[in-house]
Design a protein around this ligand. Sequence first.
Ligand code: ATP
Length: 284
Amino acid sequence: MQVQPMAAEKLSQAAPQADAAIAIDDVTLRFVTPDGHMMTAIRDFTMTVARGEFACVVGPTGCGKSTTLNLVTGLLRPTTGNVRVMGNPVTDISRDIGFVFQADALFPWRSVIDNVAAGPLYRGTPKAQAYDRARDWIARVGLGRFEKHYPHQLSGGMRKRVALAQTFINQPKILLMDEPFSALDMQTRTAMQDELLGLWSEQKSSVVFVTHDLEEAVALADKVYVLTAGPGTVKSVYRIDLPRPRVMADIRYDPNFVEIAKVIWNDLREEVQLGQSRTLQTGH
Ligand SMILES: Nc1ncnc2c1ncn2[C@@H]1O[C@H](COP(=O)(O)OP(=O)(O)OP(=O)(O)O)[C@@H](O)[C@H]1O
């Protein structure tokens, strides 16, 4: 087991690899606030996610984690710097990208199978084939008996399984996840983390997973990015060398896991405290 800030602890100074799945190169993003001031959301931000890599991003509230994901989707454009996905500059919302966010993105008026088949149908897959694939994915996430149910008839964990099936059926090369499991109880959350790792290891997507939960980050990731209090930049990057496959219910008791989490928390704590003191001073 090795825990170490990666060679480029100051990754913001290092050029991302050309063939990376995601390459955010020295990006600064400024917004005009509602009262007309400029505010910097992220600054001098450099991040590289290799193909097939699972990267987690942790940082204090408001430090720019969601903004980072929005740069990858193309919903936001950098003020300065470059963002490349699969080697190409981001110009539009890419079909290669799948999302799972905290809120459900399910259509409430559609049954489970109609929700899961929606992506392939939208992409032009013939109906019979789209529904066959949807059935297969619903079975994979353990909801075979619930194809005809509507989202309001499912628990939060079941809806999240539908969301994973809905996302993975499109075989995204890149998966962006913004606190996807934070609303779930601990047990369901653990099950969903296992589910996610299983699906990811089959499909080998490149993942960026944003979370407030450092233990979740360490348990899931190949690499953990720690961001500074806003305006966010990369404070340090840790490679997590815990062996795979990982079993979420067990990994938290692994002494190596505990040690890694402690080291990263020492780093993150300063930023969280800084973020909190700013919130107290400014009220937001
Ligand atoms: N469209 C926007 N216009 C102006 N400011 C914005 C906009 N979107 C985000 N911001 C600001 O950018 C900063 C970063 O926001 P972001 O949502 O990325 O943070 P975060 O780290 O994801 O926060 P949290 O952990 O609370 O979800 C915040 O100060 C936020 O108020």
